[in-house]
Ligand binder design. Sequence first.
Ligand SMILES: Cc1cc2nc3c(=O)[nH]c(=O)nc-3n(C[C@H](O)[C@H](O)[C@H](O)COP(=O)(O)OP(=O)(O)OC[C@H]3O[C@@H](n4cnc5c(N)ncnc54)[C@H](O)[C@@H]3O)c2cc1C
Ligand SMILES: NC(=O)c1ccc[n+]([C@@H]2O[C@H](COP(=O)([O-])OP(=O)(O)OC[C@H]3O[C@@H](n4cnc5c(N)ncnc54)[C@H](O)[C@@H]3O)[C@@H](O)[C@H]2O)c1
Length: 448
Amino acid sequence: MADTYDLIVLGAGSGGLAMAFRAARHGARVALLDPGALGGTCVNVGCVPKKSLWFAAQIAHSLQLAGPYGFEGVAGRLDWEHFRQRRLAYIDGIKQRYEERLAAAGVQWLREAGRFVAADTVATESGAELRAPQIVIATGARPQRPPLPGFELGLVSDDMFALRELPRHVGIVGGGYIAVEFAGLLRALGSEVTLHVRERMLRTFDRELVDSLEEHMRTQGITLATGARISAARREGDAIVLDDDSCGERGPYDAVLWALGRVPNTERLDLDAAGVQCDVLGHVVTDPWQNTNVPGIAALGDVTGRLALTPVAVAAGRRLADRWFGGRNEARLDYDDVPSVVFSEPPLGAVGLTEAQARAKFGDSVRVYRSRFTPMQWALAGQHGQTLMKLVCVGDDERVAGVHVLGPGADEMLQGFAVAVKMGACKRDLDATVAIHPSSGEELVLMS
Ligand SMILES: Cc1cc2nc3c(=O)[nH]c(=O)nc-3n(C[C@H](O)[C@H](O)[C@H](O)COP(=O)(O)OP(=O)(O)OC[C@H]3O[C@@H](n4cnc5c(N)ncnc54)[C@H](O)[C@@H]3O)c2cc1C
Ligand SMILES: NC(=O)c1ccc[n+]([C@@H]2O[C@H](COP(=O)([O-])OP(=O)(O)OC[C@H]3O[C@@H](n4cnc5c(N)ncnc54)[C@H](O)[C@@H]3O)[C@@H](O)[C@H]2O)c1
């Protein structure tokens, strides 16, 4: 006899946990399955350990400013293993709190993988069967491992968080979020870094800001190998060398990080047993309501191949739970104008349309405002790097369709402007807002 629930959630990452908690709050009997650590990618091998390292990198940058400011004897390298232990303790605390909250919410948490045996039935690895009229697939994604010769000589992002020491000379392959973030933070912490990018890095971001970020990266001493065609990795003595079809070889490196995108965790779910459709890359196909093609089965988060961001998975889960169990029939996630930040050095944040996207959509009615300046904290240390901010406005009323910020504080500055964009703010609304001085953010309400 199968155990019956109102809801089965496959995956206890950002999306699955959010769904389970919200459904339980609405009174649903929930079973949550995950063979891995609570919190999934974000907590264990994603946002949280990455941001921890980024904070350490920020301290390294501040130490560089300390001398010119007049602090004496402030220096030092990060004790990598000491910080790894602090990070793990912090992450353990998060997981402990999740466990307590699941127990308090009455969610049945099973530390096993699930797979479909029918559209309303899931089997666990230990042979138990669970049944529910509503099932959510939130099984996330994992690093892509293409069949390149010598791929196993390198690391993927998961491995970076298990390293016991800072690699001295790192070759990173890829030009997305993960490649750019690791390039910046490893360099700040003392590694020599070469970033091998096939085409342009951060293709979804505004070109002008990415160009400016590249300048910052070069100034920091990161080698940008653009147009690279890495086809293999080889060991040469203790080092790793990369074959680059565009120029011969690259390296030698102590460590190689492959950051080539992520693939969805769907192949072990036996989706055929439920009749759930996937696309050619293995993502579960969903409609705007997170529904799959099978009634009663929904999917959310990275497994769907839509915006792969933690707050997106969380918001999708909460809205779906509100619709299924909270009587809010209209609840669904609007995927437009989702803000995001690349934790590069300096950080790059964006919400809404890039200039190119706006021009393609709205033609001549686009007006762009920009501001370039050396932030005060850098200028005081005699550094000349520049912040770049850009407002992309459209139409006669100059609705703000995009806000783009590259510079210190971009990561914290953007959230409030994302609210304004979502509410349909126009340039005149920003003009009518009194600035906070002295700050970098004030530039966004002072542009002319
Ligand atoms: C290095 C890195 C840094 C990142 N930084 C950021 C950031 O700064 N900000 C941001 O917004 N996003 C960031 N992301 C992306 C973010 O981590 C993901 O978008 C988010 O974790 C997706 O959540 P999810 O619930 O869809 O999947 P996941 O968090 O991946 O959770 C899926 C869970 O499903 C489980 N599972 C798999 N198969 C089964 C099965 N058969 N049965 C049961 N359970 C199963 C897995 O064990 C896993 O725990 C980062 C990602 C990486 C890799
Ligand atoms: N700060 C954040 O919010 C944050 C941080 C990290 C990850 N994420 C999320 O996780 C997702 C995955 O990150 P990611 O960096 O792995 O993927 P990505 O999709 O952002 O970038 C993948 C990169 O790999 C390149 N690539 C793919 N195959 C290649 C090959 N064979 N040779 C050379 N280059 C190749 C692509 O051109 C691209 O530049 C991101 O898209 C993002 O949604 C978010």
